[in-house]
Design a binder for this molecule. Sequence first.
Ligand code: 13P
Ligand code: SF4
Length: 298
Amino acid sequence: MQNKIRSLLKKRRAILLAHNYQPPEIQDVADVCGDSLELSIKASQTDADVIVFCGVHFMAETASILSPAKTVLLPRRDAGCPMADMVTPEALKKKLAALPPMPVVTYVNSTAEVKALSTICCTSANAFEVVESLDGDEVLMVPDRNLALNTAARSRKKIHTWEGYCPFHNLLTVEEVDAAKARHPDAVFMAHPECPPEVVALADVAVSTSGMIRYAQKSAATDFIVGTEVGMRYPLEKACPGKTFHMVSPRMHCDDMKKISLTDIAQCLETMVGEVKVPEDIRVPALKAVQRMVDLSI
Ligand code: 13P
Ligand code: SF4
């Protein structure tokens, strides 16, 4: 199946991008694996005609915002991110009407419609830098409350939050982390910034998924407790042979990130069904917010 996909990719002049949480067999056949920021940058720079996005809907949508001339395919239309649906354009407009004027920093885990109402986007890799790049002393961060609180812990700005969360990262408790640390007393604890602030406070480092790979590669430590989605074990082990990664909780399993199969990828390359396209009246204002983030990050 992997050989078939590689030859279909060639035939379609397509590139396959896979998020770090995707199943191993998909990461192994992909042209590029990475976190949300790396995949957005790759999508904006590729000269392929077609981008096959193995991740969730907002990621494919971001690729379409950045590359409107390309065909962006999501092999399973129903692969979504529950957090992205926790803010609607109507609710955001209502909130903005109730606040003094301030920039809106929108996590890429959001719909194109919400991005279109935003000043700038951010990912878990650059949230602090994005917030610091803005004029003024106050910002609104949507939709992830934990990312906002974890950024606020490092920033002097007043950060207004939104009540969104990742259903899996938000589950992680101090007790689970303490238990993992008791089992692995010499391990370094890496947390994703979508985890609650009391959990991030216990971490040696709070970074994006690819940030974890870079950190583990550079670190002298050999044992790591990993506070993110369980799929991260595979890219971490692949990048760091000889090092051991303990996933902090089996409950951190994102079903949407596991929906796409090799068969789905082959099928969508054969049929070209599954295109994600953002209408121009939304894409153009959304691009402003996404491009501003990309420009700050490359
Ligand atoms: P990263 O950008 O860190 O890969 O995170 C994406 C995501 O959805 C985390 O749950
Ligand atoms: Fe969304 Fe959480 Fe899944 Fe990431 S892990 S895609 S934030 S639901």
